[in-house]
Ligand binder design. Structure first.
Ligand code: GCB
Length: 596
């Protein structure tokens, strides 16, 4: 699905702002057809934004089920004869959209976009009522999975096995768009270069006209045409190409023009960065050069907004990433907003792009995250229905981000129970699917500390190893000497057994800003620095290590738990983005790594 844009043949209007809002307390909204009239009550909700931290009524925050959003929309009068779409960048976790009284689309998966062709339900120049029922429930057939518990007093409670708050709502922008009937429906690009000449392989699919002709032009960042070609697929060569590089995200415009006879029907522009990605031995190569990842596992998480996107917060976060000398990030633990991805493309930030498959692990459920015990890969837990949704999550992620130069590696899950029986049967087809959908990028998953080398049953299926380790924190707490020995021993085992490029995708210690000690005392800023230093010494001694992503960029909100005081405090920055001592230590370390 293409991202909407303004072009000579396409227009878009934002539907962001304040919408009417109602909580579907008794789950009667759909049966009572709330879409058929104005929502009752006096509440409003912001789009984009999470709803959980906004209202004084705690029941709204804790509600399990549907929230309803509604607004009036006027279709621009010049859109007569165009196809009209509504596009939601996300509805977490499920959205059902109505135009006036009619259901136009339903979508599951809280972090990927969806759209509906509403041409037959609206009239140019007139208004319509747009309603969205958003469901925040997580079950064993959702990604991420969860379980809804009915309490003795009849209330429902949402359980889940991942460590971030289950924010809900319309977290990203909503658009009304016009597109021509004959139009570009999809485009896939892959890039290469030989010497100074860049090559862009493209394949355009057109809908609405079999006899349509496609012409493509490539413009550089000054708008100068540097290449052109005819046909719906082929290769365009760019002389004296400027490569997309980590830290310098040069983007060309691939302008596709669809005509019938001499009439221009559609014009769509795809941003293209020319770069290559490859895994060779124990190295990860970008443009043929070995790349070392510095950066973080992140979260979309802010006070008040929850997981709602805000450009101001995004720019502040990327400024801090630049300040700290991070060259990359992982979209832990779900696909991030398309605005964030655009930013990474434009600015040369390297991305490990992750699905929302987090918490597929019943083995740690009885431990640090709370929850019920039992095996992971069994009916009712992670089963065929989970896998079906997981497949769809992979499809939608690759479809959304396949043309992004910033994305160099797919992460298809975070910390699944890969030491368990059933893990290989579950993951093998998912790896195959990812490779089928995108043969151009390496595939990985993030391994949990309970599935070390020798116990993990799936690591051989992947191109890159990604490990989360918490020696000195969840185990050997406060004993960095023992932790250093354990970490080094384990990393050497991975190196010997797999000899694959290995990224430490999580390591970190909860740190209370302002707390200090002269001892190795957990939770202090001093311990955070000593902990990070210890990991870095070890990484520098083990050959397969090609990157370090600290957990986490900033403190973030989680569900309640005795191990969480107002959320997870492993941030290098506080939730309001002030640096802890660890941030300055990282800045210095990574300046060295990047030769700054
Ligand atoms: C992990 C998870 C991450 C948690 C982190 C922690 O292994 O991948 O989601 O937040 O540990 O701090 O416990």
């Amino acid at each position: 699905m293409l991202r909407p844009q303004n072009s000579p043949t396409r227009e878009m209007v934002t539907l962001d702002g304040t919408w009417r809002f109602a909580v579907d307390w008794d789950r009667t909204g759909l049966t009572d057809n709330w879409q058929n009239g104005p929502l009752t009550g006096h509440l409003d909700a912001p789009v984009p934004g999470s709803i959980n931290d906004l209202y004084h009524d705690e029941k709204i925050r804790n509600h399990v089920g549907y929230y309803w959003y509604q607004r009036e929309v006027r279709v621009p009068r010049g859109w007569d004869g165009e196809r009209i779409f509504v596009r939601l960048e996300s509805a977490t976790h499920e959205g059902t959209v109505f135009v006036n009284g009619t259901k136009v689309v339903e979508h599951a998966g809280g972090y990927t976009p969806f759209e509906a062709d509403i041409t037959d339900h609206v009239t140019a120049g007139e208004t319509f009522r747009l309603s969205v029922a958003v469901n925040n429930e997580l079950t064993n057939s959702s990604i991420p999975p969860g379980e809804i518990i009915e309490l003795e007093d009849g209330r429902h409670q949402q359980e889940y096995k991942h460590d971030f708050y289950n924010y809900a709502g319309l977290h990203r922008s909503v658009w009304l768009c016009s597109v021509p009937a004959v139009r570009v429906d999809d485009v896939t690009v892959t890039t290469d270069y030989r010497g100074a000449t860049g090559a862009v392989d493209y394949a355009v699919s057109v809908t609405g006209g079999d006899d349509a002709h496609v012409a493509v032009r490539v413009l550089d960042e000054d708008g100068t045409e540097v290449a052109r070609a005819n046909g719906a697929s082929g290769t365009v060569e760019i002389p004296d190409v400027t490569l997309w590089q980590p830290g310098a995200g040069y983007l060309y415009d691939l302008v596709m023009e669809v005509s019938q006879g001499s009439e221009l029907k559609d014009s769509f522009t795809q941003k293209v960065g020319v770069r290559t990605v490859a895994v060779e031995g124990k190295q990860f190569l970008i443009n043929g050069e070995s790349f070392y990842f510095t950066g973080f596992g992140m979260h979309e998480d802010h006070e008040t907004l929850g997981k709602g996107h805000s450009d101001a917060h995004m720019i502040q976060d990327f400024q801090l990433l630049e300040w700290i000398n991070a060259n990359s990030l992982r979209t832990s633990h779900y696909p991030y907003s398309e605005d964030i991805m655009d930013y990474c493309d434009r600015h040369g930030v390297v991305v490990i792009d992750e699905t929302a498959a987090v918490g597929l692990n019943w083995a740690i459920a009885g431990g640090i995250m709370g929850g019920s015990a039992g095996g992971t890969f069994e009916p009712g837990h992670v089963d065929d229905s989970t896998q079906t949704t997981h497949r769809q999550a992979i499809r939608e992620l690759v479809d959304r981000d396949k043309n992004r130069p910033s994305v160099v590696l797919w992460s298809i899950a975070n910390e699944p129970d890969t030491a368990a029986e059933g893990a290989r049967g579950y993951f093998e087809p998912l790896v195959e699917l990812t490779r089928e959908l995108d043969p151009s990028r390496p595939v990985g998953f993030v391994n949990v500390m309970f599935a070390p080398a020798g116990a993990c049953t799936v690591s051989d299926l992947f191109d890159v190893l990604m490990l989360n380790r918490y020696y000195g924190w969840y185990v050997q707490t406060g004993d960095l000497r023992t932790a250093e020995a354990s970490l080094e021993k384990e990393l050497r085992q991975w190196d010997e057994q797999y000899a694959k490029p290995t990224i430490m995708t999580e390591y970190g210690a909860d740190t209370v800003a302002g707390m200090h000690s002269i001892y190795d005392q957990p939770f202090t800023e001093d311990y955070q620095v000593a902990f990070l230093d210890m990991y870095h010494r070890v990484f520098d001694r083990v050959e397969c290590m090609i990157g370090e992503h600290v957990w986490n960029f900033a403190d973030f909100q989680t569900k309640y738990g005795y191990a969480r005081v107002d959320g997870n405090k492993k941030g290098a920055f506080t939730r309001d983005r002030r640096p802890k001592a660890g941030a300055r230590a990282l800045r210095q370390r990574w300046a060295g790594k990047l030769g700054r």
